[in-house]
Design a protein around this ligand. Structure first.
Ligand code: ZN
Length: 317
């Protein structure tokens, strides 16, 4: 089990320009304190390398990479009402994407069966040419694209359980049949995309699965969708690498949304994914996205990592 992060990820601080911003460095501090208390659950920790600009350009055009670098170099500023990049955000963004890439490399090389990439800023809202929703570059998408472009992987399954639709990842892969993207998210909230009838387009038709759920939906509804729709589709797809866009803002204590998952719900989803992935012979890597209640975020991350690592992932009820 491999855990990837980097101290530079603590230096990205949207609160510099957008006071009171929920995507704050303390998120990662809380996660790592909870892991430290538990001896890191026996996971090996690795320092994330920087993603190269070439890696970022697997999913973002050069103009976007240049624009973010330029903004950071000039001292930074708000990109929109939610999204901020400061001087330290460039290094943080490279390490955050680099953590996901290093995890993908290690998993594909067979160094571990499961990984966790704990980077900030998060990524799944970043569209090819647009930073948004706290995200500058789409970390999980860069890792998936890298696996296909450079690591000999033919099919990557991305399961996005963040409470918000992963519009960036969906946009990046919507016309591709080599990445199956499935998202369960609260409908009617930011970013407003992810309707059930959006199933991808062109050659990617059928390789996007959007499952919006209502506010106040609970674990039973999420597990039902995972077991009756997401995993059967992934089963047909036979992925060689599984990536989870692991946001923890569907937790009932999260201040940004209204779903009602419990800490143990994330363990159950992780266990179900791990059990399925074992059947495909595919490693599983989780990439941190949202989660804004510090205790819920930290405990849910621990629960997820524990479940991913369980020797025999229990069948969910
Ligand atoms: Zn989110």
């Amino acid at each position: 089990m491999l855990y990837f992060s980097h101290p530079a990820c603590l230096l990205h601080d949207p609160g510099e320009g957008l006071p009171g911003h929920p995507e704050r460095p303390e998120r990662l501090v809380a996660i790592e304190a909870a892991l430290e208390e538990r001896d890191w659950l026996g996971w090996e920790r690795r320092e994330a390398p920087r993603a190269s600009e070439e890696e970022l350009m697997l999913v973002h055009p050069r103009e976007h990479v240049d624009a973010i670098r330029g903004l950071c170099e000039s001292g930074g500023g708000a990109i929109d009402v939610d999204t901020y990049a400061g001087e330290a955000s460039w290094e943080a963004a490279l390490r955050s994407a680099g953590a996901a890439c290093a995890m993908a490399r290690a998993l594909v090389a067979g160094e571990a069966k499961v990984g966790f990439s704990a980077g900030r800023p998060p990524g799944h809202h970043a569209e090819p040419s647009r930073a948004m929703g706290f995200c500058l570059f789409d970390n999980v998408a860069v890792a998936a694209a890298l696996a296909i472009a450079e690591l000999g992987v033919d099919r990557v399954f991305i399961f996005d359980w963040d409470v918000h639709h992963g519009n960036g990842t969906a946009a990046i892969f919507r016309e591709r049949a080599d990445v199956l993207f499935a998202s369960i998210h609260q409908g009617g909230i930011f970013p407003g995309t992810g309707h059930r009838d959006d199933t991808g387009s062109g050659p990617g038709e059928g390789y996007t699965i959007n499952l919006p759920v209502p506010a106040s939906s609970e674990e039973g509804e999420w597990m039902e969708l995972l077991e009756s729709e997401v995993l059967p589709a992934a089963n047909r797809f036979e992925p060689q690498l599984v990536l989870i866009s692991a946001g923890f803002d569907a937790h009932r204590e999260d201040p940004l949304a209204e779903c009602r998952l419990e800490t143990a719900s994330f363990a159950r989803m992780a266990a179900a994914v791990r059990a399925a992935a074992d059947g495909w012979g595919a490693p599983v890597g989780a990439v941190l996205e949202g989660g804004y209640s510090l205790p819920a975020l930290a405990e849910s991350t621990v629960a997820t990592m524990s479940a991913l690592a369980a020797e025999d992932a229990p069948c969910p009820s």
